[in-house]
Design a protein around this ligand. Structure first.
Ligand code: PBG
Length: 327
């Protein structure tokens, strides 16, 4: 055969394949989500997320130790309060679950990096991401509480805050509040492009945060839209977001790719609870090879253009990277 260009030449050995690899990954880019709840000595398994737990603060420390050992140095904290109310007051209580967990974690593991999820839905009795006026989430009233929540997290030791509520103007409201209170250097990672997605199902079971009525479509994005995702990302950057996130990851890699091309800030992608649950369930049935799927999913996210990967598989990925199986 008279062929000059043979793409297979570069695939002939493992060493060569690794040499010409286009996507490289690093443990430093991984963020692991942790659920923390009130109580003592609790490590409650989350049924739809096998291998994930709701930790009480004391038991969370063991998980932080495991993460540090694995080389995963960043976490994002989600709080599950003992009580919820109409105004979500547990979100901005200085003795709220996340605030207490942060103080303890910073003391015990000061070298880890602590991001916090800033939202109301885990704290409101109705499960919506803001305060209600009738059956509608009142945008501007919610902004004040989100800013208050972010500030209380930072005062308790958060290194970075990540608003996930999808209210308009929240990045600016949080930035102004943090600046006013002397936290000019604390970065904001906004869940800028967050779709109204069924992939959050297992998380809502974990956090008991499913809305009591209606859905989140009046604030989270319609998954038919991509241009709107760019608008959200650019708007959040204008408002002061230091990092923008696309969420979920797997079914939204076109959006990750487009956003990564358009913006000049780091882009994060969040592989959410439903993505995790699907992998776990199929693996349990023996229908897929879990470890290979985890690697393939991770590579696709970085290949699309994300530089930061938030995933429940962070510890596994760190190990695969150490073993040279990926990255
Ligand atoms: C809070 C929040 C949610 C997730 C992250 N932050 C749930 C939601 O918006 O309903 C989902 C994370 C996951 O599914 O893993 N608003």
């Amino acid at each position: 055969m008279d062929m000059i260009i043979r793409p297979r030449r570069l695939r002939s050995s493992e060493v060569l394949r690794k040499m010409v690899r286009e996507t490289r990954m690093d443990k430093a880019s991984l963020i692991y989500p942790i659920f923390v709840q009130e109580g003592k000595n609790l490590e409650d398994p989350i049924p739809s997320m096998e291998g994930q737990y709701r930790y009480s603060i004391d038991r969370m420390m063991f998980e932080l130790e495991r993460l540090e050992k694995a080389g995963v140095s960043s976490v994002i904290l989600f709080g599950i309060p003992a009580q919820k109310d109409e105004m979500g007051s547990g979100a901005y209580d200085e003795n709220g679950i996340v605030q207490k967990a942060l103080r303890e974690a910073k003391k015990r593991f000061p070298d880890l990096y602590y991001v916090t999820d800033v939202c109301m839905c885990e704290y409101t009795s109705h499960g919506h991401c803001g305060v209600l006026c009738g059956h509608e989430v009142e945008n501007d009233e919610t902004l004040k509480l989100l800013a208050k929540t972010a500030l209380s997290h930072v005062e308790a030791g958060a290194d970075m805050v990540a608003p996930s509520d999808m209210m308009d103007g929240r990045v600016r409201a949080i930035r102004e509040c943090l600046d006013r209170e002397g936290h000019k250097e604390t970065p904001i990672m906004s869940y800028a492009v967050k779709y109204a997605s069924a992939f959050y199902g297992p998380f809502r079971e974990a956090a008991g945060s499913a809305p009591a009525f209606g859905d989140r479509k009046s604030y989270q994005m319609d998954y038919h839209n991509k241009k709107e995702g760019l608008k959200e990302a650019l708007l959040d950057i204008e408002e002061g977001a230091d990092i923008v996130m696309v969420k979920p990851a797997m079914s939204y890699l076109d959006v990750v790719s487009e956003v990564a091309k358009m913006v000049h800030v780091p882009v994060a992608a969040y592989s959410v609870s439903g993505e995790y649950a699907m992998v776990k369930a199929a693996a349990k049935m023996g229908w897929i090879e879990e470890e290979k799927i985890i690697c393939e999913m991770a590579a696709s996210v970085y290949r699309a253009g994300a530089g930061i990967y938030i995933t429940y598989f962070a510890k596994e990925l760190a190990r695969f990277m150490d073993e040279g199986r990926i990255g």
